[in-house]
Ligand binder design. Structure first.
Ligand code: DC
Length: 233
């Protein structure tokens, strides 16, 4: 009988999955939680934005599902998981700031609607976390608790009342008309919600409502959920 050689599974990072709509504080809260836990931070919306940027750079329209699918083959995507050193790259081009431009924000929902694109970036997210080399990663997006990491030990839906989300978003985008910001946010939420239900918690997902919490208290509330779920105090 030959000896059986068993290779231990590489240790998988602990995943903290956080979903929620724009303006819930998801991105800044997730980043701070990652810092406090010594974890990596993965902003999954950045991949959808970077893919939208890539489709536009090819001269295509993100409303054209075939064009979006056709762009996947040449979508060479990289992102930093370091919460203190954020960058996003497509091919040789750093697009960290460009993917936040209004023209990309306006185009990104089209990309997020294409199921082949969703499958493609979901595979990227799992690979990025598996190769992260850190003890854990806070992953934030819209379908992280349900599709990307449904088995994560910690799954959170971060919500806030719509008017509070709109007010936070317009405070971030100084110089833009508050009513126009609120309208754009609601339009994008409505469009995104047709693809992924990020306003209702799936079974087992803990809701953290930040409507009446300031930033620090929201971070504390999320850390409490992580500690309770992982048995740390
Ligand atoms: O969070 P954000 O605004 O950067 O997200 C950009 C777009 O990507 C937004 O239209 C929703 C979509 N998205 C998604 O469908 N699934 C994710 N996991 C993350 C973002």
């Amino acid at each position: 009988m030959p000896d059986t050689v068993t290779t231990p599974d590489p240790v998988q990072p602990a995943t903290v999955a956080i979903d929620g709509p724009a303006g819930s504080g998801k991105s800044s809260v997730s980043k701070q939680v990652a810092r406090m836990l010594g974890y990596g931070f993965l902003d999954t919306g950045a991949a959808y934005r970077a893919l939208a940027w890539h489709v536009l750079a090819r001269g295509d329209d993100t409303a054209d599902a075939d064009a979006v699918t056709g762009a996947l083959d040449t979508f060479d995507y990289a992102i930093s998981l370091d919460p203190d050193d954020h960058w996003v790259r497509v091919g040789d081009t750093f697009v960290t700031a460009e993917i936040r431009e209004p023209r990309v924000t306006a185009a990104v929902s089209g990309v997020a609607r294409v199921s082949r694109a969703r499958e493609h970036v979901t595979a990227l997210f799992r690979a990025l976390v598996a190769a992260s080399g850190v003890p854990g990663v806070v992953v934030e997006g819209r379908d992280i608790t349900t599709v990307v990491f449904p088995d994560a030990p910690v799954r959170i839906l971060l919500t806030a009342a719509p008017e509070v989300r709109a007010a936070r978003r317009s405070a971030e985008l100084t110089g833009e008309d508050a009513a126009a910001v609120a309208e754009a946010l609601h339009r994008r939420d409505a469009s995104d919600a047709q693809v992924v239900d990020f306003l209702t918690a799936a079974p087992g997902v803990v809701v953290v409502d930040s409507t009446d919490l300031d930033f620090d208290r929201t971070v504390d509330a999320v850390i409490d959920v992580v500690r309770t779920a992982t048995g740390e105090n």
